[in-house]
Design a protein around this ligand. Sequence first.
Ligand code: K2U
Ligand code: ZN
Length: 169
Amino acid sequence: MLKTILIHPDPRLKKKCDAVADLSDELRTLAADMLETMYEAPGVGLAAPQIGVLSRLIVMDCVKEGTPEPTVMFNPEVLSSSDETNVYEEGCLSIPDQFAEVTRPKEVRVGWIDMDGNPQEKDFDGLWSTCVQHEIDHLNGKLFIDYLGPMKRQMITRKSLKLKRELAR
Ligand code: K2U
Ligand code: ZN
């Protein structure tokens, strides 16, 4: 079922999330709800804190054309990252309509537990790399605006707060 996405500023978006101890059908259902919410937004990634669940769970599907590739990661972690960097104009479903350039490692190796409880490890590049780093940041209470200077960050926060208040009316 569709979940409501929290809008910045919200204290839950700044918290460090708890590791998932044991997989459960409840968590598998949550992952499915997050994928449904992500596709509907639309987006290419979503982290559990964005729907108010402070657990280390992210979902992604960065395929543009062709067969979708829904990806669910429990307790994801970056194992290594390239020295080479990439600049991408990022957005965030929790900071609607605001975009800014963020520099990140071009490629990352990520380890995680999948929906079947099996450990996985994979190298990501391109949009997948940007997205998985953006989502893992969410699990540590970090938003893409935290990479910007204070003036730009404050301007985006002010605009997001204005939008949030309008939506709440
Ligand atoms: O975590 C989120 O808010 C989902 C973002 C993930 C994302 C942000 C920046 C760069 C890559 C991924 C949403 O997918 S934002 C919408 C979007 C859609 C297509 C390409 C980039 C961003
Ligand atoms: Zn985001």
